[in-house]
Design a protein around this ligand. Structure first.
Ligand code: C2E
Ligand code: MG
Ligand code: MG
Ligand code: MG
Length: 284
């Protein structure tokens, strides 16, 4: 966003831009150190059944506990992770944390022994040959049934011709791991790509949920996505549910699972743990 000085073609950096560049550079340096300093965290957001509200799983969402800036959301550092290539290490770390956490929760809460864990996987990770071995060794290490781990990938990861990602997905599918299309409805996938797709589930993007009550076209799209999922035998989760009105609209349409601030935000593990203990008191 450099400003051009008149029509001379020269580009002038003003003080504000200088500061911005410096602070970006600082953030990048900090980011590289964050691993050594163990500043990354994984928070867990509940996924529930819309009918009855039963907890079925969690989505692992990464955070960065920055020493000066506080707790940062992925939007503030994932672009940096992608540019520096550190996204691979970050995703692998989140995956390890999430599997270890899931194994502990399943062991500690017999009433919730079928709890599942969704983990986001960047498309670059999906083309890496390591991902399949990595997942297999984690499942073995923690003695987790493969189906309780669900990998979320966005539609860009299997955009036509992505031969490698396709192969990884098939290999993961063969392990029995769940595969979820994240942010469904906003990406590049063609309907044709679902004719022979390894996916088990769709996560409907929150853009359709936000105004589901006031926007008939969005409501129609949600209904269509729900039929699409049902017809193809795919589980459907709606994300970004903030109000009871949105939840009820989704429930009326028949969407089975949901996630959103109405139920809970992404919680640090101790808080998620407290919630589990509360539920177990009721269920178990
Ligand atoms: P996503 O996978 O689609 O995750 C859902 C995002 O929606 C999360 O944002 C979550 O906190 C937010 N959300 C949940 N419920 C509500 C709600 O009711 N209202 C609103 N407005 N938002 C809600 P978050 O944690 O900031 O993550 C943003 C994105 O960053 C994720 O979108 C995902 O694409 C990416 N991400 C997060 N963790 C990881 C990770 O470990 N690896 C990779 N590769 N990407 C990640
Ligand atoms: Mg996700
Ligand atoms: Mg999503
Ligand atoms: Mg998203």
């Amino acid at each position: 966003r450099a400003k051009s000085a008149g029509n001379s073609g020269f580009v002038v950096f003003d003080e504000g831009m200088h500061q911005e560049a410096l602070s970006r550079l600082q953030l990048e340096t900090d980011f590289r150190l964050a691993f050594e300093r163990a500043e990354f965290r994984v928070h867990y957001q509940p996924i529930v059944e819309l009918h009855g509200g039963r907890l079925v799983g969690a989505e692992a969402l990464v955070r960065w506990q920055h020493p000066r800036r506080g707790l940062l959301a992925p939007a503030e550092f994932l672009p940096l992770a992608e540019e520096t290539g550190l996204i691979m290490d970050l995703d692998a770390w989140v995956l390890r944390q999430a599997c270890a956490q899931l194994a502990r929760w399943r062991a500690a809460h017999p009433a919730l022994a079928d709890l599942s864990m969704n983990v986001n996987v960047d498309e670059r990770q999906m083309v890496s040959p390591d991902i399949v071995d990595e997942v297999l060794s984690l499942l073995r290490k923690h003695q987790l049934p493969p189906a309780c781990l669900r990998l979320e990938v966005t539609e860009t990861a299997f955009r036509g011709g992505r031969g490698q990602a396709e192969q990884r997905l098939l290999a993961l599918k063969a392990l029995g791991v769940g595969l979820v299309v994240d942010d469904f409805g906003t990406g590049y996938s063609s309907l044709e790509s679902f004719a022979s797709s390894p996916f088990d589930a769709l996560k409907m993007d929150q853009v359709f949920i936000r105004d589901i009550q006031s926007n008939p076209r969005h409501r129609a799209i949600v209904r269509t996505i729900n039929s699409f999922a049902t017809e193809l035998g795919l589980a459907l989760t709606a994300e970004g549910i903030e109000t009871t009105g949105q939840r009820d609209a989704l429930r009326d349409i028949g969407c089975q699972f949901g996630q959103g601030f109405l139920f809970a935000r992404a919680l640090p593990p101790e808080q998620f743990e407290q919630m589990l203990s509360g539920i177990e008191g009721i269920v178990g």
